[in-house]
Design a binder for this molecule. Structure first.
Ligand code: CTP
Length: 396
């Protein structure tokens, strides 16, 4: 799959840069064309001469010198994929902010191809909230982030922050490129986040869903070439990734209307935590505190998944989510059948780090033919990839 592919590697100043010559050699061996840009700091960790010899192409570091100007726009357009590896904390912050004070950053900002980043840093830097924010920003801009590994670090400490090994980067690039066009021509519908059911002008019934899983799924579908509509409830996520049409909704009924208007999907993944009940009466004015108790009358909302299941054509793949606190498997199977879904993703609440809010999740897939596929705790981006892989196999 790598034969003839054009891979642009951006190297930044981190000790993990020593792994990149091996990656370049592996890529060239597999028939890829490789070009390398690096920051001046990176050149202190790995020699441009080693890299240019292995890549069989000139390694570029500076935007311009006395006699020439490096065409970063052409580089960003030349590549099928740009991999920034290792991605240092410094370059991460600059990429997140849109800074452009070297050739690598200028190339990143002009790249029309997908961009992958493989961070490398010490554990404390990796866990710093600013790093998390910057990574979330990059993901929201469509950059795929290869998670760091646990192990020995340059500081002598042992922890999270090691860049993936060259073989892993090779495998990642291979499957990334194989998947880029796998869903071209397909229409996908995704729901994400909670719904807010108004009680009065200032209060609502809601839930803790962050929307991260649904946004990750929408991003992954778009990355594989699908035309994606994401119907999102109220979340703190500012935007969806490139190639995703974002429709914002607030209540279950608004979400349902938006979904039913897009029922000509090939793949629908309903990851939203839709309220099952909504107030029968919404007060026009703020409800004043008076009696000791207050009773709200609620009625059932329309079940979007069940309605789409009822009208599903046999070329459509419909996927539901379930979050259970007891009898997880039995309830998951029941939901799958009752709502006529093709696949049901069971979220675990039992594992620490899985479920609402966080950046990781642990899921088990339930198929119509009775098969079950459990996965370990992984980043929500990786979980999205696993789920889309499973869905791709179900497309007729
Ligand atoms: N769902 C939906 N519309 C609703 C309620 C749920 O589309 N009004 C979808 C969710 O997006 C999810 C699946 O149905 O994909 C399961 O949701 P869940 O709340 O776990 O199931 P319920 O059927 O509501 O069952 P219960 O709350 O009793 O577990």
């Amino acid at each position: 799959m790598l034969t003839g592919k054009k891979i642009l590697i951006g190297i930044t100043g981190s000790i993990a840069a020593y792994k990149i010559p091996l990656l370049v050699r592996g890529l060239v061996k597999q028939g890829a064309e490789v070009r390398v840009v690096m920051t001046e700091a990176a050149a202190g960790f790995v020699s441009p001469l080693t890299l240019s010899t292995l890549a069989k192409s000139e390694v570029l570091t500076r935007l311009f010198d006395e006699s020439s100007w490096a065409n970063h726009v052409a580089l960003g357009r030349w590549a099928d994929v740009m991999l920034v590896a290792p991605l240092s904390c410094n370059t991460l912050s600059k990429m997140a902010a849109g800074a452009c004070d070297n050739l690598l950053l200028a190339t990143y900002l002009s790249a029309t191809c997908p961009v992958i980043a493989a961070p490398a840093m010490d554990e404390d830097m990796w866990h710093h909230p600013t790093t998390k924010d910057n990574l979330a920003r990059l993901s929201a801009h469509g950059v795929s982030v290869i998670p760091v590994a646990y192990g020995e670090l340059a500081s002598g400490l042992v922890g999270d922050g090691r860049m993936a090994e060259p073989e892993e980067l090779l495998r990642y690039l291979d499957s990334f490129l194989a998947n880029t066009v796998s869903l071209k021509g397909k229409k996908a519908l995704v729901t994400a986040g909670p719904t807010y059911e108004a009680i009065d002008p200032v209060r609502f019934i809601g839930n803790h869903s962050s929307g991260k899983m649904g946004y990750a799924l929408a991003g992954e579908l778009a990355r594989r070439g699908a035309a994606v509509t994401l119907v999102s409830g109220p979340t703190g996520i500012e935007r969806a990734g490139p190639g995703v049409e974002l429709i914002r909704s607030t209540s279950a009924s608004e979400m349902a209307t938006a979904c039913f208007a897009h029922d000509d999907y090939d793949i629908a993944i309903l990851a939203a935590a839709v309220a099952d009940y909504t107030p029968v009466h919404v007060s026009d004015q703020k409800i004043k505190k008076s009696e000791e108790t207050l009773t709200l009358e609620l009625r059932k909302t329309e079940d979007i998944l069940a309605t789409l299941g009822g009208r599903k054509g046999n070329r459509q793949v419909l996927v539901g989510f379930a979050l259970e606190t007891e009898n997880e498997a039995a309830n998951a199977v029941k939901k799958l059948q009752a709502k006529n879904a093709d696949l049901l993703v069971l979220n675990s609440l039992r594992t620490e780090g899985a479920g609402f809010g966080g950046d990781t999740n642990q899921v088990e897939l339930f198929y119509r033919d009775g098969r079950r596929k459990p996965f370990p705790l992984r980043s929500k981006t990786d979980v999205a990839r696993d789920i889309i892989d499973a869905i791709t196999e179900l497309i007729p």
